[in-house]
Design a protein around this ligand. Sequence first.
Ligand SMILES: Cc1ncc(C[n+]2csc(CCOP(=O)(O)OP(=O)(O)O)c2C)c(N)n1
Ligand SMILES: [Mg+2]
Length: 349
Amino acid sequence: MVAQSATSLKPRNAKDTAGKKASGSIPNTPVFTSEEELFAYREMLLIRRFEEKAGQMYGMGLIGGFCHLYIGQEAVITGMQMAAKKGDSVITGYRDHGHMLSLGMDAKGVMAELTGRRSGLSRGKGGSMHMFSKEAGFFGGHGIVGGQVSLGTGLAFAHAYRGNDHVSMTYFGDGAANQGQVYESFNMAELWKLPVVYVIENNHYAMGTSVQRSSAQTDFSRRGISFNIPGEKVDGMDVRAVRDAAARAIKWCREGNGPMILEMETYRYRGHSMSDPAKYRSKDEVQKMREERDPIEQVRLRLLNAKAASEEDLKRIDASVRSIVAEASEFASHDPEPDPSELYTDILL
Ligand SMILES: Cc1ncc(C[n+]2csc(CCOP(=O)(O)OP(=O)(O)O)c2C)c(N)n1
Ligand SMILES: [Mg+2]
């Protein structure tokens, strides 16, 4: 029944594959207005400050279980969301705090979930890797590497089946890109012309394994070639390049042309999770990336150089972001834990 309906989705394919872009094309960097620069700056700073605080709270023993920080990768979700619209869906893996904040989910609810409190977005029972918000269009938060790719393809199927013009933004890492179900999903997505942007956040490492040591094809924008899925390699440290590529990919999907892959070249500054011996890369490599490519610093310098903001303006933005994060952490430290009677509610047995 479902398969039959899916086949009938084929007319969404307005153009044939000959009209697609070649894989790997890198367009010129686009320009942001001052308002867009300021917006991106604030959004990315909120994620950075939130993650710094989460790292501190973990160190204080307030956060249990896993906690994967997004520091360094902020431009990816920020640029993507600048091109998305309400009703589009987002799904990702366990490195998910930035995605939730970018979708407008309450910082207090996210932080309270990290500390396992009753006002957490999963009522304190999901933790860092398992939060959801139907209203915000956020479908998790998944701990099984690559599992979200099939689910994200299913979200795209739902959009197509319902006949709306929404797109599924499905995020996964360079390590996840080597999982088998990713390619089963690619096949179905292209076969049924599903509206899904596969965003591969290539931060160059899967835990402690570098892309070079694990991947036969290290150009992830080419991973869809045998399925006729077009791909683009994007400077994922430059929020303008991300927004620009996102706009093209989302348009491609909304117009019924099927899926598209965006490989975001990005970098994580912190360890994979909270305990990471960091023997797989040098301190110099991390330092060089922070100094030369930091996504927030790039915007800060452009704003100052263009005199679109003064140091004081930027300090004020930082102060307002810090106060949101401080309030969230204060709340998450004092909100009560779930009542023991809640142990078996809202969970699958
Ligand atoms: C199916 C499965 N295999 C292995 C793991 C253990 N694991 C957790 S994260 C991870 C690395 C994934 O790396 P990547 O996809 O590059 O994402 P990143 O952590 O860099 O964001 C692995 C192997 C898991 N959670 N699920
Ligand atoms: Mg990775």
